[in-house]
Design a protein around this ligand. Sequence first.
Ligand code: G6P
Length: 626
Amino acid sequence: MCGIVGYVGKRPARELLLAGLKKLEYRGYDSAGISLIADDHIDAVRAVGNLSALEAKLGANAAGSADGAGDGAVAVAERAATTGIGHTRWATHGRVSEENAHPHYDTDDQVHVVVNGIVENYMTLKRRLSDDGSDFTSETDAEVIAHLIASHYDGELAAAVRAAFAELEGHFAFVAMSVREPKTLVAARRECPLVVGRGEGEQFIASAVPAFLAQTRTVQQVENGEIVVLRPRGVEFQTVSGDPIARETEQVDWDEDTAEKGGYETFMLKEIHEQADTVAETIADRVARGTGVDLDEPGALDEALFVGVDRIVVVACGTSYHAGLIGRYAIEEWARLPVEMEIASEYRYRNPVVGEGDLVIGISQSGETADTLAAMRTARQRGAKVLAITNVMGSQITRDSDGVLFTRAGLEIGVAATKTFVCQVAAIYLLGLRLAELRGSLPPERIATLVGELGRLPHCIEETLASVGTPVAQIAEDHWRDEFFLYLGRHVGLPVALEGALKLKEISYIATDAYAAGEMKHGPIALLGDRTPVVCVATDSPVLEKMISNMQEVRARGAHVIAITTAASAHIADQVEVAIPVPAIDWMLQPIVAVVPLQLLAYEIAKRRGLNVDQPRNLAKTVTVE
Ligand code: G6P
């Protein structure tokens, strides 16, 4: 996720902004920039790469070097500006390039902005603003905000931001400044986080507390839908109609380490809690039409290929393989295309039958997994078209494929994948629906319903996170000493079981097995003892009754059934040891919601065993070797 920092006050802003951006480096980024105002000038300097590249650019230009960013950089570096904004970008819309880095500005270079998140209706706004004479210089959705604010500007930045905010759709936070009001920053929040840091005669705003923690510990939270006006002497919170809002200040007592984790005890827990936002970002503008899916974006696969494709083969490893398994059910059901699932390390050595007419999808959060890349290359050499699903722009997989569908999970630090997994699944759902649209395999009304359900996913994840804490903690308390867990599922519940079992194995080092529930009687049933915990994915689906029969078989052997349920399966609550209810959604989309308590269960058990969940033994986040 990108990082935002803003400062207005009495000290040199440039150093404070750079220091703030350094503190946000842990969030991951591929380019950075700052804008400063002084002496009736506003200038931006941006650089691809890490912050030292930005610093070098500022330094080189201050020293008069001719190879840099032009006059702006010279001015930025030399002026003693006390107002400014800074940004670290993790590319989602548009390549990693200087033009796409923030801050962005309007045609007259009057309004500069830094933005996190996604503007869903940017294409519509961009067309309108371009028709009215705006000159766009980047491929980003974010730039539209600068032009939009400038188009509304009539002498008061706060009013222009409110007017712009009312027109923007999506999931974002931004900070704006105008050369005509050099002592003012105006920020706005819709979903993406933003927090104010209060000082004496100076104010800070950032996407996360670490950006200003060294300067102040007095903070004010910015809530959803609010506009904030920061001036050296104080901060005003407003509604979108300009009405004042009172906001308490709070003291944060976090150390730097806790602050980086947003107050959570580990990165993994933070990332589990980011899943609603990241799924929202992944689907956001791609379902903006409301009734269909739009995957036409830079780097995407030519959609003409979708129509002629006869078969899909998915290659992946680990958690990404589980995401593919869910995708297989969705694509086969919706697009009526055969989908084969392949473990990449096996596929590459199998002399596979693959070629023209096949679409091979490589799924990899890192985009660097050696086996997945090799499997994709094999298929490509034999004439198949290759689509990559990845979270990292510029990763190797993006260069080894004919097109890319990006997940937008932001940097994931915990080795055990969580938010990247749910975003991969969301991306495959989008692909499945788009294939169905293009191939005419689902009626438009059904597609519209499913698009509506996709839009509900973030809310369902939030609800799950808010409600499952107590039952999950109780199960962890009862079972953390156990040495074996069995996971069972059917249909889309099976990959959820596989992923739940993998999470527990990875971070708690407990032996787990995950099975198709119907296969239990062909082996794993022999493992069941008196207290064996058996985690069953028993959410609503056409195979729920079958699943319930399997659970009864488990209970008959004295094992403990822990069931993930939805309203339709609520009646089984009294037949199992523990039921963990989650909100119901279309059964094909249920895995994204059902997996959340299983991630938390693995987490709570590992914690009780005193283990390092962020860096489990022997595992690596990116596996670039065979
Ligand atoms: C490693 C990671 C897993 C990941 C797998 C595949 O084992 O620890 O979390 O699922 O690699 O990685 P990829 O980057 O290709 O998704």
